[in-house]
Write a protein that binds this ligand. Sequence first.
Ligand code: 4AD
Ligand code: MG
Length: 466
Amino acid sequence: MKKKNRKKIKDILSQCKEELEVFVMGWIRTRRDSKGEFSFLEINDGSCLKNLQVILDHSIDSYECNSVKLHTGSCVSVVGHLVNSPGKGQQLELQATLIEVYGEADPDHYPLQKKHHSFEFLRDIAHLRPRTNTFGAVMRVRNRLSFAIHNFFQDRGFFYLHTPIITTNDCEGAGEMFQVTTLNLDSTPIVNGKADYSQDFFGEKAGLTVSGQLEGEVYAMALSEVYTFGPTFRAENSNTSRHLSEFWMVEPEMAFYDLEDDMNLAEELLRYLFKDVLSYCIDDLEFFNKQIDKTILERHQGIIENQFERISYSEAIKLLDQSNKSFAYSVEWGSNLQSEHERYISEVVFKKPVIIFDYPEEIKPFYMKGNNDGKTVRAMDVLLPKLGEIIGGSQREDDYNALKNRMKLKNLSSDDYKWYLDLRRFGSAPHAGFGLGFERLVQYVTGMENIRDVIPFPRTPKNAKF
Ligand code: 4AD
Ligand code: MG
């Protein structure tokens, strides 16, 4: 039998018809023996959530020599007749005529023996966890969402832009950059009490990007509508279920958009993605709805069908003031909204996604466009119930002098950002954009509690082992 004749389990199960000879490859999930005459193997090849049931008659030639190697975790290839199954739980089953073992998984050592393992346990075996139902499903949903993101933007004429990973600008200005250096940290060259970066690889202090936005703006000022979708890095010491040190961000940047256009696009994108994943990953979503969070299907439908609520930051503060709820962090006008406040507003007050806009200037980065009140900027955050912030964006300051003033206020050197100011010197245009945290999206879609469980290899403080 040639490898090219191999069929994926997803295709076999969806074609739904008997076939004289079928060839599958995959990993054994379970083995059950019956009366010394038959064995039942559940095989999974990752193409879908479901397993294929294989009936192994002990009288076939290849049974005898392989029997001791057929355990949970072993990798096999099977040839057989695909027939309607008389048993419950599956429509079709494969009656094996030939079985081969590629790789055995010693039952005394293979860690995935039980049906349910805790996510903490699985995090320590990130190299094996994709072989579980949950992580296979997360990966398939993640894959579909990535594809749908490209579809959404490509259909609307946006260009996919690759922004650099190594950069010398700290876009968010929060000082959360990982440094990239080839200097010997045990004997750093020091000049006037400071590290001499002129001797470093790039001749100046460099780091890993916290956002591709500023470079996105460069291309939006030439191609009108672009988006980046790549890894971003933040050295913030947040050990929460919503923060990673390395995460993927989707960042569209659009010339000729104001804040309202920006909010409309963010809302349209989320609605599109939920619709898409519901139609392409329904088996996996039903699995999450059953095993992880029984409300997700209903919530996703709600997002697709209802307009998001939009309120200003000042209105949000009023709502929090009036709530009579005691929060761990108190709020007053001018303070940052914590996740507990964001969740209260979207989960308790409106019970649906909420966009908060016009934040105080002081708590937002230098690049946001100022409002006429002199106190707030044209920023917006999209909040989802149960999650909090999923998107942060703004209309950008397009006036040269206003931007220069804001940079001065935030102690940024206009020499370092000369190129960024040039975008306002030469052919400036109103523009806006936002950043969608891709893992937070996957978290929300799947209902997974911890962000470490929706990225293949999570990086968090004190953890980049594998
Ligand atoms: O709100 P943030 O910091 O916005 C920006 O970086 C802008 N430059 C985006 C833009 O306008 N182009 O980050 C955007 C989103 C957040 O809303 C959140 O979903 C996600 O990125 N995010 C994180 N996700 C996982 N782990 C972290 N440490 C994250 N920090 C931000
Ligand atoms: Mg933000």
